[in-house]
Design a protein around this ligand. Structure first.
Ligand SMILES: [Zn+2]
Length: 432
């Protein structure tokens, strides 16, 4: 796919995916439109060479092409990413009425950079679980789309030290303000009206529970005087989900390829649908029911774990090691950490280097300063779960975990080129 079309699709995916539930729904829709068959984990699978996808919890998805060639000989080309991003999630009983304002208590999901959440036009989206008139429980997605809340800053006149010493107490300072209200007004009828508006279910009885999060309504955009940048929420890590998906759509049908996008990376991945859970393993076991065959295939397979990297920031250049400062629009970044915060080793790095060179994709490498702690991602966790050789790679970005992150217009497309080539690779994957 050409870069302008690819980037337009990326912006649309970011905008239309305010939560992991929406991201997975959008990915499933795209896969179905490209001939992938939906599988249900609750049913038996009878698989023959073809294209499939399966969703768990509505927030994680695995999609695969089961190739014509025996995976014992070819291995599986695995690409991983995560669907979740740091955000503010509504508490189960969020309402607070203070000075005639309805504001809503939130939990901080993951490592949120809180300052950028002030003075934004926020909306609310996610999953509500409802009781239907015929006594069934149903999961439904909602998205208010329009700005319905804000976290106003405290004026500098009331906090003269704001630029020097300001700290944020998330319990007290962050609850978004929804509206002027009196005691008779509450959130539940507002949510119910939204469910009915989007799903037209007049027979809906009531909402039993929900998982809703706030997000910035400012649309993602291409920015910079020379249009060098992509600005938007959730680049970490919907950019990689989209890139993996577009690459899988271009994969051939001879060899077996699989894309896994997990929820809950930002909170440690330890869940039924997280990378530290059994989802991927269970999909692979159903692909390869014979245990000995499965071990053989895994030994022949390789995982490219895709998650964004920290580009070197011109205002804070000393936060990077002098020899390892990835530049935006200079290509994907191999991420290395000797303490296994990243799963890259010399073999997987070499394999990816060769892959990129074959397609003239520029490549960079990141290792953190030796006096700073290193982040982590799904790579090491997935490698631990299924025992596969793994590479951690990602595009360079600024402002990771901000409400508006910044990436480059070239890098996601470079990564797309490399992943597409990976999905087409007849093997062997890595050293022989
Ligand atoms: Zn990430």
């Amino acid at each position: 796919m050409q870069k302008p079309q690819f980037n337009d699709g990326l912006l649309a995916f970011l905008k239309g995916s305010p939560t992991p539930f929406h991201a997975v729904r959008n990915m499933a829709t795209t896969l179905a439109a490209h001939g992938f068959t939906a599988l249900d984990e609750k049913q038996a699978w009878s698989l023959r060479p073809g294209k499939y996808y399966v969703v768990r919890n509505g927030s994680s998805i695995a999609a695969f092409v089961l190739g014509k060639n025996d995976p014992v000989n070819t291995g599986i080309r695995l690409v991983g990413a995560h669907t979740d991003s740091p955000c503010l999630k509504l508490k189960p009983r969020p309402e607070k009425l203070t000075q005639g304002y309805l504001h809503l208590g939130v939990e901080v999901y993951g490592g949120v950079l809180l300052n950028p959440w002030y003075d934004r036009d926020l909306s609310l989206a996610g999953r509500v679980t409802c009781l239907t008139a015929d006594n069934r429980i149903a999961n439904l997605l909602i998205d208010f789309e329009r700005p319905i809340a804000t976290v106003p800053s405290l004026a500098i006149h009331l906090d003269r030290e704001a630029n020097n010493t300001r700290s944020i107490n998330p319990q007290n300072d962050i609850p978004p303000v929804l509206m002027r209200a009196d005691k008779s007004e509450s959130l539940e009828p507002i949510l119910l009206a939204q469910v009915r508006k989007e799903h037209g279910e007049a027979s809906l009885e009531r909402i039993l529970s929900f998982e809703l999060s706030f997000y910035d309504t400012q649309a993602p955009a291409i920015t910079g005087l020379k249009e060098d940048f992509i600005a938007g929420a959730r680049l970490d890590n919907l950019l990689s989900c989209y890139t993996g998906l577009m690459s899988l759509l271009e994969a051939g049908t001879d060899v077996t390829s699989l894309l896994i996008c997990n929820d809950h990376e930002e909170v440690g991945s330890a869940s039924a649908e997280g990378a530290q859970g059994p989802f991927l393993r269970s999909v692979i076991e159903r692909l390869l029911p014979d245990a000995s065959t499965l071990h053989q295939v895994m030994a022949n397979s390789l995982l490219i774990s895709t998650d964004n990297a920290h580009g070197i920031h011109p205002n804070y250049a000393d936060k990077h090691d002098g020899n390892h400062g990835p530049i935006i629009n200079k290509g994907p970044v191999i991420k290395v950490n000797v303490n296994q915060r990243y799963a890259t080793n010399s073999e997987t790095a070499a394999y990816f280097t060769q892959l990129c060179e074959a397609d003239k994709v520029p490549l960079q490498v990141f290792v953190t300063r030796t006096d700073m702690a290193c982040g982590s991602t799904i790579g090491p966790l997935t490698a631990k779960e299924i025992g596969v050789r793994t590479l951690d790679v990602g595009v360079p970005t600024f402002a990771m975990h901000s409400i508006r992150e910044l990436g480059g217009v070239d890098d996601a497309h470079y990564l797309h080129q490399a992943l597409t080539r990976f999905f087409m690779d007849p093997g062997p994957l890595g050293a022989t």
